[in-house]
Ligand binder design. Structure first.
Ligand SMILES: *Cc1c(COP(=O)(O)O)cnc(C)c1O
Length: 413
């Protein structure tokens, strides 16, 4: 296994650890729990600290088990390098705190994961300006650019309404203007889509979701695709400019964001996420089949007011999804007709579980406006297209027929 690029997605993940020396022949990268790393020569310790020699210093700044996962994610994204964090939000927070300065301007999609939206509000209070635009049309992004614009941030498929950003055109625009293009790939996952293919500079993955896939470990990552010219980014401190330019961004993120803020991924969690990732392609294939069957069934039912799923030809960005994604994924949302209480419907489901997670093996449902988007208030919800009765479904790997039966029997009452 010399060049991973000629192998398929799952083969590459399964054999990634073997690209390095295998400790004791172990087929899983071992869980290294040591926080400190000892050196018999004190000069070697100093050389590691000064970045002159490869090695580990202290668990907050790097760990062999976490590094093995980082290499796997780099291969999944066909990237240049990856940094892992304790959660997806920690990765997004690191990106904002590690790369933005007061006075900077950011353009973000208005259709966002609720906590990312909340974090942008914090960043605004710290002196950065954020323009929220409808990113399904590149023209809105272009209009919002100012001389202070440092970053464009979008999600591939927005959680929960499934709007799809104008990914390729925004990528071309950012490349042309030299703006950092950050794509949150969580809902698609690197199996369905590689943001590098549309010119993304940095890719966010909430490992908690499809990559880990079993709802048993939190984690997040930032991958540098290697496409961005960091010499054009004004916020890189001089000490990180001693590396080759391709490493500037990640060097600053590792020090200023991971080391200083300290949201390091633990080795046990990294192990869970790495094992989960081995079956990601199989899970997502099944989830995509079931999601399309459920969305199609609900869209044809008179008691359902609307269904949002990129796999339906009625979806406004269906063509973009078909062109860019390997399948349409396991996330969809829908609204019941007036007079049908969404809580009553959810309580009638026997298999699907009311719970807040995505990309799990089990099918999970949540009334969005009353839970994860509650804090936002009705006005901001309306501007994001979130109806009060919206139900988000994260389709699991149960047999498709079992799920169809469950969602149908709950409607019949
Ligand atoms: C869940 C999620 C996150 C945050 O990940 P956590 O691991 O829960 O912190 C970020 N972006 C998207 C699109 C998500 O769905």
């Amino acid at each position: 296994m010399k060049d991973s690029k000629k192998f398929g997605f799952t083969t590459t993940i399964l054999h990634s650890d073997r690209q390095k020396s295998i400790e004791h022949g172990s087929l899983h990268k071992p869980v290294h729990t040591s926080v400190a790393y000892g050196y018999s020569d004190a000069r070697e310790l100093a050389a590691v600290f000064q970045g002159k020699k490869a090695g580990y210093r202290y668990g907050r700044q790097g760990n062999p088990t976490v590094n093995a996962l980082e290499e796997k994610i780099t291969r999944m994204e066909d990237g240049f390098s990856t940094l892992c964090f304790s959660t997806g939000m920690a990765a997004i927070g690191a990106l904002m705190q590690g790369l933005l300065r007061s006075g900077d301007h950011v353009i973000s999609s208005a259709f966002l994961f609720g906590n990312t939206n909340s974090l942008w509000q914090t960043v605004q209070a710290q002196g950065m300006a954020v323009s929220f635009v409808d990113a399904t049309d590149v023209a809105n992004v272009e209009q919002a650019i100012t001389p202070a614009t440092r970053m464009v941030f979008v999600e591939t498929i927005a959680n929960p309404r499934t709007q799809i950003a104008d990914l390729a055109r925004i990528g071309a625009l950012c490349q042309q203007r030299g703006i950092l293009y950050v794509v949150d790939n969580t809902i698609t996952s690197p199996y369905l889509f590689r943001p590098k293919s549309v010119g993304a500079s940095l890719v966010v993955n909430a490992l908690t979701k499809s990559i880990g896939g079993h709802g048993n470990a939190l984690g997040g990552s930032l991958t540098d695709t290697g496409l961005f010219d960091w010499t054009r980014y004004p916020n890189i401190a001089e000490t990180y400019q001693r590396f080759v330019p391709q490493q500037w961004g990640m060097a600053q993120l590792r020090a200023k964001a991971l080391r200083d803020f300290g949201a390091a991924l633990g080795p046990e969690a990294a192990h869970h996420l790495a094992v989960g990732a081995e079956t990601m392609a199989l899970r997502i294939e099944r989830q995509s089949v079931s999601a399309l069957a459920l969305a199609t069934m609900l869209a044809a039912d008179a008691r359902v007011a609307a269904v949002y799923y990129p796999g339906l030809s009625s979806h406004p960005q269906h063509n973009i999804a078909t062109e860019l994604f390997k399948a349409y994924g396991g996330l969809f949302s829908f609204e019941l007709k007036d007079g049908i209480d969404c809580f009553d419907y959810l309580n009638r489901l026997e298999l699907a579980i009311p719970a807040s997670n995505l990309g799990d093996t089990r099918t999970l449902v949540i009334p969005v406006a009353h839970t994860i988007f509650h804090e936002m208030g009705p006005q901001r919800r309306a501007s994001m297209g979130i109806a009060e009765s919206l139900i988000r479904v994260s389709v699991g790997i149960e047999e498709t027929d079992d799920l169809l039966q469950d969602f149908t029997q709950a409607l019949r009452h």
